[in-house]
Design a protein around this ligand. Structure first.
Ligand code: BG6
Length: 475
């Protein structure tokens, strides 16, 4: 539908950008911080480690000042659990607690609402060692205890908390390294229950709003074949609804539950799990969006073959084969490339229409306010001799996605804000710092830390203008 006239963004729309602790803070072992699973993971060849990253831990004041200069009204960042409780379940590290007080206060002083992710991929390593992390139910209690420390410390000044970043990606990509699907879905269930219990405790302990923060996208069938349409519907349950129906409606999507049961990997519920899922009522939905998914039907047999390949180290080393294997669910669907979707040089989708569809689907399904907590263009940038960075590709990307937000608002969607990835350059999950997302350049290379100077990219000035005009001036 093409609108003749677009509605304006609401006056209190949250404009800002995002980051995550382990990808930007550095100071990986300073001031009592314990190691996270990210600190202990093998470094991907050709990319930097996570020890220094963007040094935000020491430079957060300068970074927040630049965000304020752009006109941000929100900054989404994460608290590192191992900075607050270094071994995950023991003593609270006062220096870690004090650090985030300073960051929050600095945001508020600058008129920026902190939007805090409680857990962004950085489980305390000690819990992985002690009991295997999320596969153990004990992790639920330890997570909730950590969240309680955060609610008690920060709950009076923070309006928005997010529970777990991209739980769905952690499960789909088997980031816990589980040997069977049964374990993978059991660990996932523990995270769902932990999230639900943390949501309940947040409401009991403070006035803040709290939301899940999965990576959500609409799913296109590759063809109009009826089976591909069914595959798209099924994949939507596996990729999206498993993470949102459970927290909003308090139950697993029905068809997907049957699928899990029939394959012997339905998770076991313990006493209290069902109540927790039913009684946790998120106040809004935060989600990350990087382009739509496209799928086709895959038979049981074909799907199993693709999965088998994952066991072969040569096939695993081939990114395409690896992705296909990971995106396959035998008898259900396989994720495929969409020849009609534009892509960045790193192969990530550029699909603003998909964003509008996703926003509409989420709103129509859940009727909760929505916050986009990630969306962005990760590509290399060139720092010119005169100190400029002409990242027109990033501006083009942001422009079409912000316009899609406005279209969705015009469609009737309640969208609270737009917080792209990322405010300043930080280290990608697996592709180093060469893949840059920021509007603020961080002057370092993959292996040369240089001076870490912050430099305004063209997108910095563009976003500043866009925010000042309330999202109207996107030229
Ligand atoms: C999201 C994550 O999946 O995408 C971020 O929440 C991540 O942590 C971002 O950095 C971009 O992905 P990548 O792999 O390019 O860093």
């Amino acid at each position: 539908m093409e609108h003749l006239k677009l509605k304006r963004f609401p006056k209190d729309f949250l404009w800002g950008a995002s980051s995550s602790a382990y990808q930007c803070e550095g100071a990986w072992d300073e001031d009592g911080k314990g190691p996270s699973v990210q600190d202990k993971a093998p470094v991907i060849p050709g990319t930097t480690d996570f020890k220094v990253t963007s040094d935000h831990y020491h430079r957060f004041k300068e970074d927040i000042a630049l965000m304020a200069e752009m006109g941000f009204t929100e900054y989404r960042f994460s608290i590192a659990w191992p900075r607050i409780i270094p071994d995950g379940d023991g003593a609270v590290n006062e220096k870690g607690v004090a650090h985030y007080h300073e960051v929050i206060d600095e945001c508020l002083k600058n008129g920026i609402q902190p939007v805090i992710t409680l857990y962004h991929f950085d489980l305390p390593y000690a819990l992985q060692e002690k009991y295997g992390g999320w596969i153990n139910r004990q992790c639920i209690d330890d997570f909730v205890r950590y969240c309680e420390v955060c609610f008690k410390e920060y709950g009076s000044k923070v309006k928005y908390f997010l529970t777990i970043n991209e739980q769905n990606m952690m499960t789909m990509f088997n980031m816990g390294g589980y040997a069977t699907d049964r374990e993978r879905y059991q660990a996932n269930h523990h995270m769902l229950v932990a999230q639900a219990k943390a949501t309940i405790r947040c409401h009991e302990m403070c006035d803040a709003w709290i939301a899940p923060a999965p990576n959500i996208t609409c799913v296109y069938p590759l063809t109009s074949a009826p089976l591909d349409n069914l595959a798209a519907m099924d994949y939507d349950q596996l990729r999206n609804r498993l993470y949102l129906d459970t927290i909003v409606f308090g139950k697993y999507p029905e068809a997907f539950w049957v699928y899990l049961e029939q394959r012997g990997c339905a998770p076991e519920f313990a006493d209290g799990d069902e109540e927790a899922l039913k009684n946790a009522h998120p106040d809004f939905i935060a989600f990350n969006y990087y382009g739509a998914s496209t799928v086709k039907y895959v038979s049981e047999e074909e799907g199993k073959k693709a999965k088998e390949k994952l066991k072969d180290p040569d096939a695993r080393a081939n990114m395409k084969e690896f992705m296909t294997g990971m995106m396959t669910e035998p008898g259900l669907a396989v994720g495929v490339e969409n020849p009609l979707q534009q892509k960045t040089s790193y192969g990530m989708g550029i699909d603003p229409v998909g964003l509008r569809i996703t926003l509409r689907q989420l709103w129509e399904r859940y009727h909760l306010p929505l916050l986009i907590t990630e969306n962005g263009c990760g590509v290399p940038d060139t720092l010119n001799e005169d100190g400029t960075i002409h990242d027109d590709y990033r501006i083009d990307y942001l422009r079409v996605h912000i316009r899609a937000c406005q279209e969705a608002i015009t469609d009737g969607v309640n969208l609270m804000g737009y917080s792209p990835w990322s405010a300043f350059d930080l280290v990608s999950t697996h592709q180093g710092i060469t893949k840059r997302y920021g509007m603020i350049y961080v002057n370092r290379d993959e292996f040369d830390l240089k001076d870490m100077k912050r430099i305004r990219k063209d997108s910095f000035y563009w976003y500043k203008k866009a925010i000042a005009s309330g999202g109207e001036d996107l030229d």
